[in-house]
Design a protein around this ligand. Structure first.
Ligand SMILES: [Fe+2]
Length: 486
């Protein structure tokens, strides 16, 4: 049994497990000033393994979930972080060692935890229906207290959630307040079933549709427009036989076509049209919208797998030189019977983790905000972000014109996923702030950076010093004081 973390990049340097829960009051402001009227909380979620991996090694995606919150009020910000007390976390804490094996492979677990939830609650945070949740796509949401971050427990929508899983990338309709989400592998590991749900603003499930994907794969994110729901299927395929043999859950199979299933919001499984094309890799969507029966999806897109921690099924090594994305617009014509996918590069930057102003989601957006890699700049000496990319820039982009406004992170530092903070509930699109955690490799600590979203290339509105190292997280949300009081 391993008692130390292995000396591999996943667990070393800036990504060495922190294994701490922190309360820190009044972060130092080292540049600019926190706007006095900025009131709300930036929540983020990421993995931080409680114990060394049971099998001696594992992938970054399998760490125990830690939620961090930065609460802004009266020109000050306080920070708090807590582990999510999942069933897995509690069982392993009692045993003082890892009992669960490889990422999404229950066949590698200690027999004592058979049947227990493998969810790590490490991927994203959701605020809906007056409740806060930590999310991981292989299990139901876990409710947590929005002020103390104490774990309340798994949430199954009062028992209405029949899927075994729920995505870490749900969407909230800014017009209706409804929650759109789905579970993939919804009938159990490696099943091709997708369960789609809509919940009303109070969190009551009002719609449920079960459909089958063309093959079983990682359906990490999806998209919703005013009239349609889009399910992308990429060649990160799963295999029950491989799992039983102790192998990785997902492997990249370039021979599998890229599909996008499009269903009218009010439709059923029989109404899904599967658009199809040659192998493509997409992971996180910026936004989708429709103009009548023309449907558009803006997303970083690459021609091959961008997740180096998932092997190629044919045994060839990961080719980082080809795993380069740019922001593309995919188009789908729902008027006829065609199934071709249109593809146009709209902003040629090496980007991932894009976000849209949430007030303008599901409709045509003017802006996207995202970190990207400028390969003409000297590469930082860090180990890379959560997906292995050194994001040395943060940008606001305009897909319609291709315009890019950039904040260069500078020095030996990179950015984690940013979040957009609207200045007000009813302001113009893009009027607000961009907030991001910055990895400072020389000092092995973090910064919290606040930028003016309309002036991304200007000096920061505020830079806050985090005197400890915040391991690379995945995703976050902004919950304004107004949102809490709704
Ligand atoms: Fe994600």
């Amino acid at each position: 049994m391993a008692t130390t973390f292995p000396a591999i990049p996943t667990y070393s340097g800036f990504n060495a497990p922190v294994r701490a829960e922190v309360d820190m009051f009044d972060l130092e402001v080292t540049e600019g000033a926190i706007p006095a009227d900025l009131a709300g909380t930036f929540y983020r979620c990421g993995p931080d393994p409680q114990f060394p991996p049971k099998l001696g090694t594992d992938i970054y995606l399998n760490g125990d979930g830690v939620v961090t919150m930065f609460r802004f009020a009266d020109g000050h910000v306080d920070m708090k972080s807590r582990y999510v007390r999942t069933e897995k976390f509690e069982a392993e804490r009692s045993a003082r060692r890892a009992l669960f094996g490889a990422y999404r492979n229950p066949f590698t677990d200690d027999p004592s935890v058979a049947g227990k939830s493998r969810g790590t609650a490490n991927t994203n945070v959701l605020w809906h229906g007056g409740k806060l949740f930590a999310l991981k796509e292989d299990s139901p949401p876990v409710q947590i207290d929005p002020d103390t971050l104490e774990t309340i427990g798994p949430w199954t929508f009062d028992g209405a959630l029949k899927s075994k899983t729920a995505t870490a990338h749900p969407k909230i309709d800014p017009v209706t307040g409804e929650l759109f989400f789905y579970g993939f592998a919804a009938k159990g590991e490696t099943t091709p079933d997708i369960a789609f749900y809509i919940a009303d603003p109070s969190g009551k499930i009002t719609r449920e549709v079960w459909l089958k994907a063309p093959y079983s794969s990682m359906v990490h994110d999806f998209a919703v427009t005013r009239d349609y729901v889009l399910f992308p299927i990429i060649g990160l395929a799963s295999s029950l036989e491989r799992l039983k043999a102790g192998g990785p859950h997902y492997a990249w199979d370039a021979s599998l076509d890229f599909y996008v299933g499009i269903m009218p919001r009010t439709g059923g499984a029989e109404d899904v049209r599967w658009f199809q094309g040659p192998s493509r890799f997409i992971s996180h969507m910026l936004n989708a919208f429709n103009d009548g029966t023309m449907v558009y999806l803006d997303t970083p897109l690459a021609s091959t797998n961008m997740f180096p921690f998932f092997p190629n099924v044919d045994g060839t090594p990961h080719d980082r030189s080809k795993a380069v994305s740019s922001l593309c617009r995919l188009s789908f014509d729902m008027s006829g019977s065609g199934t071709a996918i249109g593809q146009e590069t709209v902003v040629p930057i090496f980007c991932e983790f894009p976000i849209v102003d949430p007030r303008y989601a599901m409709s045509e957006h003017r802006y996207g905000f995202m970190p990207y890699v400028d390969r003409s700049l000297p590469p930082p000496a860090g180990l890379g972000g959560a997906v292995g990319l050194n994001f040395n820039c943060l940008a606001r982009v305009e897909p319609a014109t291709g315009a890019v406004t950039t904040q260069i992170i500078g020095g030996n530092a990179t950015s984690q996923e940013p979040m957009f903070i609207p200045r007000s509930r009813n302001g113009a699109e893009g009027d607000g702030y961009v907030i991001a955690v910055i990895n400072r490799y020389d000092e092995q600590r973090s910064d919290l950076l606040l930028l003016d979203a309309q002036h991304m290339d200007a000096p920061p509105v505020a830079r806050m010093r985090v005197p400890i190292r915040l391991r690379n997280a995945f995703h976050g949300i902004w919950v304004s004081k107004e949102d809490r009081e709704k």
